[in-house]
Design a protein around this ligand. Structure first.
Ligand SMILES: Cc1ncc(COP(=O)(O)O)c(C=O)c1O
Length: 373
């Protein structure tokens, strides 16, 4: 069975490496980094000393609903800019939304790849004298043009939870000198020294997941029972998700991050990306979002477009792939606005296939044999 995330029990994950810190130091020598429990809280702290309430921040419309909550926490307005099919900003739309109160423009490196137009966003931010936030939540290990993604702006973030089998964890990068000098970490910065109940719950859930992995049908039944009447993460309101994220990085996450082997993880993810690429190339109802996998990129997932996303997800599940999903659930005001037609279509059509380091490429190839039939 192919799950959405790696498990703490995967051999590839538990091999001991030098950890995340030296990797970040090596690829982002000019930035400082600070640990947090969540990327959203890192965004809040990073911007807190730089902005005034009543200003606005421009963010892509193609985005998970809770990501703008830290801006609202700071009294900022979030303005959504439209994106193209390639996920590049619609620059005419973006520029039309900038005004004298624009404090920052945020780019998003989707699925571990640099957002097309990233350098133009940086120069526009200079031109309009606002900060450039480089949101690299999706992939802490992606390096582009010799520099870690997330550090291509004045400040940026990444999320360890999307890379490692951890309950939480994120990094704030301060790259610009003024950003560095204005940064004043809140009590939510840093790594907790105590093992918390949440750490134990996470490990217990990993054990349960491992047992359920032995049988996709058992997995489906348990999921159905659990979702009966209970709220899944998508139904929790964005501000509730943000408030729940206001905790420092857990001790368990810190231990896993310190033992990780970044180069091995990135290599495994790239191999799995290529395995999906071969399968998808053989089907004319599926269009990969990224045709190439440039050197240095650590893919978060393998995104593919199809007009029949529900049917494709069902087909995948029949083949034992339970970790695929559409992405993202858009914020309600984006979903209801025709200006964001491309983001809405992408959110309906894009299926993200898991490539994490806990998956053996042979497992993907076996799925491929069934999907090709
Ligand atoms: C593009 C993007 N930015 C930021 C975040 C927030 O990261 P975190 O969940 O660590 O707060 C997410 C989370 O899904 C995301 O997808």
């Amino acid at each position: 069975m192919i799950s959405a995330t790696p498990s703490v029990f995967d051999v590839a994950v538990s091999q001991s490496g030098s950890g995340i810190d030296p990797f970040v130091d090596r690829h982002a020598p000019d930035s400082t980094h600070t640990y947090y429990g969540a990327g959203k809280v890192a965004l809040r702290d990073g911007l807190a000393g730089l902005v005034d309430s009543g200003e606005n921040v421009l963010v892509p419309a193609y985005l998970s609903p809770a990501v703008v909550e830290p801006f609202h926490d700071l009294g900022l307005e979030s303005r959504f800019y439209a994106v193209e099919e390639t996920l590049a900003p619609d620059f005419a739309d973006l520029e039309s939304r900038i005004d004298d109160d624009t404090a920052a423009v945020m780019s998003v490196n989707y699925f571990g790849f640099p957002q097309p137009g990233l350098e133009r966003i940086a120069s526009l931010s200079d031109e309009y004298d606002c900060y450039h936030v480089d949101d690299n939540a999706h992939s802490p290990l992606s390096v582009c043009d010799g520099t870690l993604l997330g550090t291509h702006g004045d400040l940026g973030i990444t999320t360890l939870r999307k890379l490692l089998p951890v309950p939480d964890g994120a990094l704030l990068y301060c790259t610009d000198d003024e950003v560095k000098s204005q940064f004043s970490p809140s009590s939510l910065a840093g790594r907790s020294g105590r093992i918390a109940a949440g750490d134990c719950r996470f490990v217990a859930a990993s054990v349960a997941e491992r047992v359920l992995e032995t049988s996709p049908s058992l997995h489906r039944s348990v999921e159905a029972v659990l979702s009966d009447g209970a709220e899944d993460s998508s139904s929790v309101d964005p501000s509730g998700r943000y408030e729940a994220a206001k905790v420092p990085m857990s001790r368990f996450s810190a231990a896993v991050a310190d033992a990780a082997d970044p180069d091995a993880i990135r290599a495994a993810r790239r191999e799995n990306f290529r395995a999906w690429q071969e399968i998808v190339d053989g089907r004319n109802d599926l269009t990969p979002l990224f045709k190439r996998l440039p050197a240095g990129i650590s893919p978060y997932e393998f995104p593919v477009r199809t007009s029949e996303s529900e049917a494709f997800l069902a087909e995948l599940e029949d083949c034992g792939v339970v970790g695929a999903h559409t992405w993202p659930i858009l914020r309600q005001n984006v979903r209801e606005d025709e200006t964001y037609e491309t983001s809405i279509r992408l959110a309906d059509e894009l299926v993200a296939l898991p490539v994490h380091q806990g998956i053996e490429p042979s497992a993907i190839e076996t799925v491929g044999d069934r999907l090709r039939r």
